[in-house]
Design a protein around this ligand. Structure first.
Ligand SMILES: Cc1cc2nc3c(=O)[nH]c(=O)nc-3n(C[C@H](O)[C@H](O)[C@H](O)COP(=O)(O)OP(=O)(O)OC[C@H]3O[C@@H](n4cnc5c(N)ncnc54)[C@H](O)[C@@H]3O)c2cc1C
Length: 308
């Protein structure tokens, strides 16, 4: 592909600009993307798409891609939850509605099982000022719908699965949510918790808010503690200072499908089959919680967003 063709493709396919980019480390970034037109209406927790042309360069050190030259002019798009830094640089609750950009929190996938990861090796080449494709619609059922002011809200995420939780947390704090709020995030290393300092500030300021970081490869003397262990050990209830009461609690699960553990329905018997090892959904159903079923328009108190 010639440089002129690339200029033309970028002009015709891209509709947004990276206005802020912070590389937390080599494999993790926070960026803000400003659409050429007005920011689409949306609710905290929802997602849109980011896209780059297959003609764009890939960051070195990722699985090699076998790209057919006829594919080179196509756009690769993937879904991303909208994130939120929650606090401004001055330490105040962010005026997110006034921002003309959307925030994203993305991890580099260096290797995938079936074929080389497509978009993230290209996203990680971006710099402030670069152009890309941003979805025109923002969608999703993963929102605070149905949460009452006195309800306890628990966000459980893995890695960048914290993104929609940060935006929903911002919304709750902005509304002065009086109920208890807890957000837990499980990562490998402490450096993978890009918003840790913000959560620490928030805990100082909001007595009803607790952040629980879990670092599976950096937890001296305690071994690996996963989100599921927080529930089975009773640690979650201890930290909350109250029992997990399904009548007044909403639980949000986002990120790695193994943590979430969505059951399959047996087509013959209709019975639910749960994945092994046990995910959080099975643990919560055993305690009387009810699962969201958007296809049947059932809004329960277990809400989930799987990233793959
Ligand atoms: C609704 C929704 C919201 C999402 N929001 C985010 C977000 O806010 N931030 C974010 O980083 N990702 C998010 N994702 C995942 C994202 O859409 C891409 O799948 C991911 O960035 C990989 O894209 P890729 O093109 O590089 O890899 P692909 O070519 O799409 O390869 C996909 C494979 O990569 C692996 N993979 C995907 N995501 C991860 C991950 N986080 N960690 C480890 N392996 C992974 C899986 O094995 C998956 O099968 C979201 C996905 C969905 C469905």
């Amino acid at each position: 592909m010639t440089p002129d063709q690339i200029v033309e493709l970028r002009k015709s396919k891209y509709n947004a600009t990276v206005v802020y980019l912070h590389k937390v480390h080599s494999d993790l970034l926070i960026m803000r993307v400003r659409p050429d037109t007005a920011r689409p209406p949306h609710r905290p927790g929802q997602y849109t798409t980011l896209g780059l042309g297959l003609w764009e360069p890939r960051i070195p050190g990722c699985q090699e891609e076998a790209l057919d030259p006829v594919e080179e002019s196509k756009l690769a798009r993937r879904s991303y939850s909208i994130s939120c830094s929650i606090l401004s640089e001055q330490g105040e609750l962010l005026d997110y509605q006034q921002l003309d950009a959307l925030e994203f929190y993305v991890v580099l996938v260096r290797q995938a099982e079936r074929k080389a990861p497509v978009l993230t090796p290209r996203l990680f080449m971006l710099q402030q000022g670069d152009r890309l494709h941003l979805g025109e619609k923002i969608a999703g059922h993963y929102t605070l719908e149905g949460v009452k002011p006195t309800d306890t809200v628990i966000f459980l995420g893995t890695g960048t699965g914290e993104a929609p939780h940060n935006y929903m947390l911002w919304e709750l704090l902005r509304q002065g949510h009086p109920g208890r709020i807890l957000s837990a995030c499980c990562v490998r290393y402490r450096k993978d918790l890009a918003y840790l300092a913000t959560h620490e500030q928030l805990m100082q300021r909001y007595k009803n808010y607790t952040y629980v970081p879990l670092t599976t490869r950096e937890n001296p003397g305690k071994g690996k503690v996963y989100i599921q262990d927080l529930i089975t050990s009773g640690e979650l209830e201890k930290t909350l200072g109250q029992p997990l009461d399904p009548k007044s609690t909403h639980v949000f699960l986002c990120g790695n499908p193994k943590m979430i553990g969505v059951p399959e329905k047996d087509v013959v018997t209709g019975a639910m089959r749960f994945p092994q090892p046990q995910g959080v959904i099975e643990l919560l159903l055993q305690r009387g919680f009810e699962l969201d079923q958007p296809a049947k328009k059932i809004r329960g108190n277990i809400h989930y967003e799987e990233y793959w």
